[in-house]
Design a protein around this ligand. Structure first.
Ligand code: GLC
Length: 815
């Protein structure tokens, strides 16, 4: 560790000449004759403050901070004055411990951890990141730079990195485009984009985090800047990737890999993971704009039960409110909400309601009055209230960046929770304003005491709204897990909510776009995501709807939703034949619930995404860069939704290893493509050899009955594969105190096959008494099965040898 050396002093700052770094460029956007771009100059001195290293060129200062062994943060202060260290995305950049070292030689300074070295070049202030072997993973193409923008008096800040010839790029949230972002320029500015189209940008969310994949090695860059940001992935210049912002600080995290999965996991280590959702939230949800009056809601719910189509939640869109006033009921349509919600609950339905940020300007409306009296609403730069039209007409908008406003907002849900509402859908929170899109830039925000205009707060407005909703519900729920969805988001929103991709369209192109968007959201740290199944606007035909339901089974969030001017859109709306197929797939979702729940647990605990693109599974295979429709759902199931009409076979790539066709149990070798038959009642689903897939019996809703016998589908392997089953209360936070159970099963292949019921982690008492084990794909005829040295009976169920064992078994030997 070096001593403090060459202290950064005022004099040092004065001495350095700035002129050499000035470039004059025209700025067509602002129509100003000259904007001056300033570049960092040669480094003149540095100093160390614990795990932060400050380098200066005599005028500007760059901080390189060791956040963890694998994460390094870089910040630029053009005039050596950093903003206060506050971030909505990263609640605490100081929580990690790392061992680090500092070295200086003639040309460079280096800050190293056990896994990564950040090298600062003294001559040109270029920053690069190297792995332990000294291999450069990512480096600057030019020094960080900025321009003073006379329009608002702040800086536009820029960082330009080298893009190597073969580098590909992933992430950035909900961009409706190819998975690999190479050749694209994208913008982050949360926007209400009804009926968005392929390549449209920006949409609803801003997740300024990308993963670069370079020669099979991955790294991540998280540009934690809430202003309007841009990313250019070798689009303007073939060998450069740039990111920049219309204000705020140039502050980014370099996240080391080399595996994409580790990059995502480490990104979650600083921005948080999704809490474990209540189990019911993983079931099927039925939504529409809008089901009303209450007789219609009941009729829809009964429609499910009558047909035995499982469903856990029904949604009320804006028409449940009185004149679209949030936290009120339209008494004409819903004369007794409590009674209706109770009767839905008795029938196994949770009720989820929509809430928008626009509060109607109406002095006779208690929410408006409270907000006005307590100064909770946003104001313009000239101190007038920010007013705009949304559903209720003229509205004002809470400043969710004010902690007092958030606290108040959380309390407003009391009435809804008291009548039994189980979840809250946060919409229009980009924020959307009719006519003008969103707020003007001069609106002022509290920004948790750090102050900011709407330029700074726009992209986190929706996140802070759903944070307030989540915190409020958590308190009102007495320890039960809330369920929230949000349309708008910034990095870190996964701590508070699930997301859906907004107002899509009932076309095949949108079905395919959904497949891309959910994979992209998943690798961007938004794991609990879904699309409006069937397409929000427009009319799907039955085939499209059924194919979308199939994709929905393998979407982390599974909800059918449609606009108000469309025809009926329930699973039974397209005739009996399709109803049967839709039912079969919704049932499949319910069978897979314990598997899906375990995948969510892995997300909560370790930060692994639930959907994983093939590139993430086999990042060393360059050919995977163009594969966009196959993805894994958890780590044992791989699917490839059918996204074209009339498609009866689909060519599907399977990653290396052995796989089983879920329907036929046929064994298929990975590392190659296969032609898979795709009649409308099937979609390509594959299970990894050696997997143990836990299955529930089909149930109409979660918790309808206590599952005493858990089915385990055991797929033969000739190698060794681990799986686990996860259990807990299903709706409390007790798992945070280790009240859960994680059971590991190991399937070991050799001449015989061995199933080992191994470690148990957690304090929860297991619910299942017995396991019913299906032995799938065994290449020999099974004569004998021994459980802990006792021979047990083999029966045959659907042509599959099956054994029943007590939950405490240790070893099963199959001969
Ligand atoms: C927005 C939402 C949509 C909702 C509608 C009415 O368009 O994206 O899901 O149904 O508003 O509230």
């Amino acid at each position: 560790m070096a001593d403090i050396n060459n202290k950064i002093t005022e004099e040092a700052i004065q001495e350095n000449t700035l002129d050499a770094g000035i470039q004059h460029v025209n700025n067509p956007v602002l129509d100003l004759p000259q904007i001056v771009k300033k570049y960092l100059q040669k480094v003149t001195s540095y100093m160390q403050k614990e795990n932060s290293f400050l380098f200066t060129d005599g005028s500007a200062t760059v901080e390189v901070k060791v956040v963890s062994d694998e994460i390094i943060r870089v910040r630029l202060a053009p005039h050596s004055q950093f903003l206060e260290d506050f971030s909505y995305a990263v609640p605490n950049a100081d929580q990690h411990v790392a061992v680090y070292a500092f070295q200086e030689n003639e040309e460079t300074y280096s800050v190293s951890t056990n896994t990564v070295t950040c090298v600062v070049n003294k001559g040109n202030f270029h920053i690069s990141f190297q792995d332990r072997d000294g291999q450069i993973i990512n480096r600057d193409h030019s020094p960080m730079h900025w321009e003073e923008n006379p329009d608002f008096g702040g800086y536009y800040v820029y960082c330009t990195k080298v893009a190597t010839e073969s580098e590909s790029f992933y992430g950035l949230g909900d961009k409706p485009t190819q998975l690999n972002l190479r050749g694209k320029r994208v913008t982050n500015w949360n926007s209400d984009t009804y009926s968005f189209s392929f390549n449209q940008d920006p949409l609803y969310r801003s997740i300024p985090f990308y993963i670069g994949l370079n020669g099979g090695e991955a790294y991540g860059i998280f540009f934690d800047n809430t202003f309007k940001t841009y990313f250019d992935f070798a689009s303007e210049v073939h060998d450069q990737t740039s990111f920049w912002s219309e204000g705020g600080e140039l502050q980014y995290y370099y996240i080391h890999g080399p595996h994409m999965m580790d990059v995502v996991k480490r990104y979650h280590s600083i921005t948080g993971t999704h809490y474990l959702p209540p189990l019911w939230a993983l079931g099927f949800h039925q939504c529409r704009w809008s089901y009303y009056p209450e007789s219609k809601v009941i009729e829809i719910a009964e429609g499910f039960r009558k047909r035995n189509i499982p469903c856990d939640a029904i949604y009320l869109d804006i028409d449940y409110m009185d004149g679209y006033r949030c936290f009120t009921w339209n008494k004409h349509y819903f004369s007794n909400p409590k009674k209706m919600i109770k009767s839905l609950a008795d029938n196994g339905f949770k009720t989820v309601v929509i809430i928008d940020p626009g509060i109607k300007v109406d002095d006779n409306y208690w929410v408006f009055k409270e907000g006005k009296e307590n100064k909770y609403f946003c104001r313009r730069g000239d101190d007038y209230f920010m007013e705009g039209h949304v559903w209720p007409g003229r509205c004002q908008f809470p400043d969710f960046t004010n902690p007092d406003t958030r606290e108040w907002w959380g309390t407003l849900f009391k009435g809804l929770v008291d009548v039994g509402v189980a979840g809250v859908w946060n919409d229009m929170n980009e924020p959307a304003v009719f006519g003008r899109g969103t707020f003007p830039n001069d609106v002022r925000h509290n920004y948790d005491g750090y102050r900011g205009s709407h330029r700074k707060a726009h992209n986190i407005y929706g996140m802070q709204m759903v944070r307030a909703t989540y915190d409020g519900l958590k308190k009102l729920n007495h320890g039960k897990r809330p369920f929230t969805i949000t349309r708008s988001a910034y990095a870190g929103t996964q701590r508070y909510a699930s997301v859906w991709t907004g107002d899509n369209v009932a076309t095949w192109e949108h079905l395919r776009l959904g497949v891309l968007q959910l994979q992209r959201l998943s690798v961007s740290g938004m794991p609990f995501c879904g699309t409006d199944i069937g397409g929000f606007s427009g009319e799907p035909d039955g085939e499209l709807f059924t194919r979308w339901i199939q994709f929905g089974v393998f979407s982390p969030f599974m909800r059918a939703h449609s606009a108000g001017d469309t025809r009926e859109r329930e699973p039974w709306s397209f005739g009996e034949e399709l109803e049967a197929i839709n039912k079969k797939f919704i049932e499949l979702r319910y069978k897979l619930l314990p598997y899906i729940y375990a995948a969510f647990w892995e997300q909560t605990k370790y930060g692994f995404p639930i959907l994983r693109p093939v590139t993430m599974i086999e990042q060393e295979e360059l050919g995977n860069i163009v594969r966009e429709e196959e993805f894994s759902f958890g780590d044992k199931i791989l699917v490839s939704p059918v996204v074209n009409p009339g498609q009866l076979t689909k060519r599907v790539y399977l990653p290396k290893g052995q796989w089983y066709n879920y329907w036929s149990h046929e064994q298929l070798s990975g590392g190659q493509e296969h032609d898979i038959s795709t009649p409308l009642d099937q979609m390509p689903i594959f299970v990894r050899a050696g997997a143990v897939i836990p299955e529930f019996p089909v149930m109409q809703y979660v918790d309808v009955k206590q599952v005493e016998v858990l089915k385990l589908l055991v797929y033969y392997t000739d190698t060794e594969v681990n799986s686990f089953v996860y259990e807990d209360h299903g709706d409390t936070f007790a798992y945070e105190q280790e009240i859960y159970l994680e059971k590991k099963f190991v399937v070991k292949g050799n001449k015989n096959n061995l199933i080992i019921n191994q470690s148990v982690d957690g304090l929860f008492t297991e619910r299942y008494e017995t396991y019913k084990i299906h032995l799938i794909g065994f290449p020999f005829s099974i004569n004998k099965v021994m459980a802990d040295d006792h021979s047990i009976a083999i029966t045959v169920e659907n042509d599959i040898p099956t054994v029943v064992v007590n939950k405490d078994f240790r070893n099963i030997l199959v001969n």
